[in-house]
Design a protein around this ligand. Structure first.
Ligand code: PDD
Length: 297
C-alpha cells in the first residue's frame, strides 16, 4: 500500500499530512475519531462507525464535518490513493479524526465559525498472534479515571493511555477499568464475563463507549443462542467468572484468561462460550464480506 492521507480536502503523503499547532485537537483534545477495520477495500459496518463519528461531533458541538455520503466518497478515494490490495487477507485500519479546527488558543469555542480539521488515513491492521487468540490475554484492574461522557469517541484519551500503560507495566495486555466498584470496560475495548453460560457486560450510557463490535457481539450471541445481560459486575464477580473476553474493531473477540496474575475460570483457558461467540462473529463478518455489505468499492 501507499501511505496516503486525506487532510481537509486534499490527498497527500502521510509524511506531509500536517495541521497547525493551533489546531484545537492538539491544544485541547477538542476532537473526535474513529477506527474502522478493512478487509481489502471492504469494511464491515462502515456506516455505524461513520454515524458514531458524526454523533460524537454533534455531542461536542463540532459542526461542518463531512456527512455520511461525503465520508464514503473520501474513503473510496483514499482507498484508491493508497492502492489497497483488494483481497480479504490484507487487513487495514482506517483512522478518521475531526477536530473543532484551528483558532488562536482560547478555552471558549471560537466566536466566528471555523472549518473543522478533517483527517483520514489507512494503516496496515495490527496483527494479533495465534498464541494470543489461543491462550487469551491478561487483564489488569485499573481505576477508571475518565470523564462521564465515555459514549463520545473523543481524542481526549490520556486516562485510557495511562491505564493501558499501567496494565502493560504490570505485564498485562489490557486494563480492566473500575469506577465506583464496578467494571466498566477496557482502555480501548469493551469487556465481558461469562457466568453459568450467561454473558455480562456493562450497560450503555455515560461510562462506556458503545462499541460497534459490542453490537456485533450481541448479534453473534443471538445467532448462537447465548444470553447476554447488560448488567454491571464488580471486579470480584469478574474474577470469579467462568470465562472473560474483550472486543474491539481491531481485534474482534479476544479471550481474556488472566486477571491480575490469576486465571479466570477453572482452566485459565478460553472458554466454550467465548469460542462460540468468536465463531459466530467471524461468520457474520465473513457473510458481510461476501457481498452483503460492500463499501469503498
Ligand atoms: N477503541 N471502548 C473504548 C474505550 C474504545 O476506545 C473502543 C475502541 C471500544 C470498542 O469499540 P469498537 O468495537 O467500536 O472498536 C470500546 C479503538 C479501536 C481505538 O481507540 O483504537
Amino acid at each position: 500500500m501507499r501511505n496516503m492521507a486525506y487532510v481537509n480536502g486534499r490527498f497527500l503523503p502521510l509524511a506531509d499530512a500536517k495541521t497547525s499547532v493551533e489546531d484545537r485537537a492538539y491544544q485541547f483534545a477538542d476532537g473526535v475519531y474513529e477506527v474502522v477495520k478493512f478487509y481489502g477495500r471492504n469494511a464491515v459496518r462502515l456506516e455505524p462507525h461513520l454515524v458514531r463519528l458524526m454523533e460524537s461531533s454533534a455531542h461536542l458541538r463540532i459542526a461542518g464535518g463531512p456527512g455520511l455520503d461525503e465520508w464514503k466518497t473520501i474513503i473510496e478515494q483514499l482507498a484508491t490513493e493508497n492502492e489497497l490490495v483488494d483481497d480479504e487477507t490484507n487487513e487495514y485500519i482506517l483512522y478518521q479524526q475531526v477536530s473543532r479546527g484551528v483558532a488562536p488558543r482560547n478555552h471558549l469555542f471560537p466566536k466566528d465559525a471555523i472549518e473543522p480539521s478533517v483527517v483520514a488515513y489507512f494503516r496496515k491492521a495490527p496483527v494479533y498472534s495465534r498464541e494470543q487468540r489461543e491462550t487469551g490475554i491478561a487483564l489488569s484492574l485499573q481505576p477508571d479515571e475518565r470523564w462521564n461522557r465515555c459514549y463520545i469517541k473523543s481524542v481526549c484519551l490520556l486516562p485510557a493511555v495511562m491505564a493501558k500503560q499501567a496494565a502493560a507495566d504490570a505485564g498485562c495486555f489490557e486494563a480492566l477499568l473500575v469506577r465506583n466498584g464496578i467494571v466498566t470496560e477496557g482502555s480501548a475495548t469493551n469487556t465481558y464475563c461469562v457466568r453459568e453460560g450467561i454473558v455480562y457486560t456493562h450497560p450503555t450510557g455515560p461510562h462506556i463507549l458503545t462499541g460497534v463490535t459490542r453490537t456485533l457481539v450481541f448479534e453473534a450471541a443471538e445467532k448462537a443462542g447465548v444470553e447476554i445481560r447488560e448488567e454491571a459486575v464488580t471486579p470480584d464477580q469478574f474474577a470469579a467468572a467462568d470465562e472473560a473476553f474483550i472486543s474491539s474493531t481491531t481485534m474482534g473477540i479476544m479471550p481474556a484468561t488472566r486477571l491480575d496474575g490469576k486465571p479466570v475460570g477453572k482452566s485459565g483457558k478460553p472458554g466454550p462460550v467465548t469460542r462460540q461467540l468468536a465463531q459466530a462473529l467471524d461468520a457474520i463478518v465473513a457473510s458481510e464480506l461476501r457481498g452483503h455489505e460492500v463499501t469503498a468499492k
